[in-house]
Design a protein around this ligand. Sequence first.
Ligand code: ADP
Ligand code: ZN
Ligand code: ZN
Length: 732
Amino acid sequence: MQVLSVLIQHAKTSLDRVFTYLNPTPEKVVPGCRVLVRFNNQLLMAYVTAVGETELSMEEFSSVNGFAARPIERIVDTEPLLSQELMDLVDEVSDYYLCPRISVLQTMLPQSLKPSYSSLHGPKIAYEDWVELLDANEEGLTAKQKEIIRYLAQNSPILKKEAGSAAILKTLAGKGKIRFFKKEKVRYQIPENEKEREPKELSQDQLAAVKSIYESKKRVVLLQGVTGSGKTEVYLKLSEKYLSEGKNILMLVPEISLTPVMVEYFSSRFKGEVAILHSGLTPAEKYDEYRRIARGEARVVVGARSAVFAPLDNIGLIILDEEHVESYKQDSLPFYHAREVAIMRANRHEAKVVLGSATPSFETKARAMRGVYGLALLPHRVNKQILPVTRILDLTNRAAMMPNDRVFSKPLIQAIKSRLEKKEQVILLLNRRGYSSLVACSACGHNFTCPTCHGNLTYHKEDSMLKCHHCGYVEEYPETCPECGSDRIQRIGFGTERAVKVLSEYFPDARIGRLDSDVGKAKNNIAKTLRSFRNKEFDVLVGTQMIAKGHDFPDVTLVGVLLADIGLSLASYRAAESTFELITQAVGRSGRGEKQGEALIQAYNCRHYAITYGAKQDYEGFFLKEMQQRKISGYPPYNYLIAAYFSSKSEEKCIEASYEVKTEIERRYEGKATAIGPVSPYYEFVGESHRRVVIVKTKNPAEIKPFLRELGQKLSGKNGVDIIYDVDPLDY
Ligand code: ADP
Ligand code: ZN
Ligand code: ZN
């Protein structure tokens, strides 16, 4: 009989060990397959990590080993799901990120192959569910239901998964408000190319960068190039080189729908050899693409974060474009960063890693300066376009503001006006969505907050709802205060929706578009909006940080940053870095064509170095200044951080456990590590659980990690406290 060591599907620290089951069937199981098992009276999926043999019967085996051995219920796969390389990678990622091994597997595999029970019902054939609005009458509906009806009124018919909560949709269908229908999915098609992406003749700078990366002895090379310096052509040329050597390419981008151009370039240059792992793909399409890569039918894989786990073999080159972007770090278990995992994979394949950015992350830049990574530079814009002229505008100077307006200054309105007259385009960045970010009663001071997260609710004018941007809670915008009954409800603060409204009052004839994650809820909307803006169907595009990334709009000659310093008030050690990046990336969108660009940056705190260096696009200056701050405060890259999150229904137990861990670390690693906290994390409540976080700062994480892992496993699950780690957290 086979003896199987398995991991159970639940990603809990306390279950992160192998359990033993017996396989009484004549069919043989190999490591890397899934089996169904009974665990605590539940039928669960399990993932086989090792296989042994026993001559004993089930009873004998039980009495020899001192526990009641159980048989598996069913074998699910006959072939291993992962190559040996990826199986080993699971262990490496789990050891580095102190996360349950099963959580890495869940992240790695497409839905139908995940070690979870629900994967059994995952798609094998390719149909999609759609929703159509039948009746927009809202009488008797709850706020959540109305939100969906109002959304459908604008977007019906729409993919069911893009329409909102499945449970609410079901109720609405029951009421006859909407109907579901199935449509055969259109197999993913690489977007129509606007123009053929012919290879360009590389500039001297680009040639030098290609050569220096290719010849570098370092595993990882930073390609630091100002915005518009032509990094894409460098990626393409390097890819050609490695492909011609018989090697395969992994190309990572922060978010596919925001960078359709990268997909176009790669798919038109390497026709037929490209697979795309796109979050907009249906589970069935993803499954198809995944299997296609695993069968070796694609030599180039383009995708976002999780594509770093693509089952591509024989990798020669891994590229991360815009490597500084935060979306490369997953903000839930296993909390991995695609850059770290890319390097782990490159080590196994002896491949090259290229990290491209105009504003590299501090970790990357510091490693390049110390010679741990190679460094290649693209210091000039292609075609010698000069960087835009920038001006900083002081929002506290009321005389410079438009009358009764705290967000639009006179110079900005003037600058927009002149662009509209010249038929040039304008981008306005406001990193906050919705209409008003604070809603309060001016009679009694009642604040409208989220009952779950306790944060402020944001007013959305489009559907007249109050929404929590953290947990998705919605309620109807009230006409009177629930506290005192007054109708003097005030909306304070400014989001993208309101910016569009105000702007259309100043410029009634202008065509104004908006891009933020509300618009982007339906995946194709992002690409559609970007395409229409590029085709000059809008004059002005207002948006959140989504519009600051990597796009190339030749007719944009003005970029305005409305409230450049909103991000500085966040209590994150990376607040200055994020603000600087956002400004630099936004300013870099201006003047990418023939014409000279201009950028206006409006801020309250306009002497802050993140703003002044951002306006000058002076990355090196900012880096040196901010590094001094990091050194004083001991934040990365001077130290590594590990955040330990504790959660429990009992606040007392939660606090108790967090002090226990803090004390234990400080006692054992005196002088080598410090533990800050426990403090309340950004999300202090999740569901019904209280949370605390302890942040470990250390120069030598490898020494402490095994101990933390042990401690986590020992304490997790006890007294109803759960511990999870976020290694290298971006915030907490
Ligand atoms: P980055 O990613 O560094 O901001 P891009 O790769 O988007 O820059 O390139 C900026 C623009 O320059 C693009 O429109 C691109 O087509 C063009 N470009 C890049 N390299 C060349 C070249 N060698 N000759 C002509 N145009 C180029
Ligand atoms: Zn009131
Ligand atoms: Zn909430």
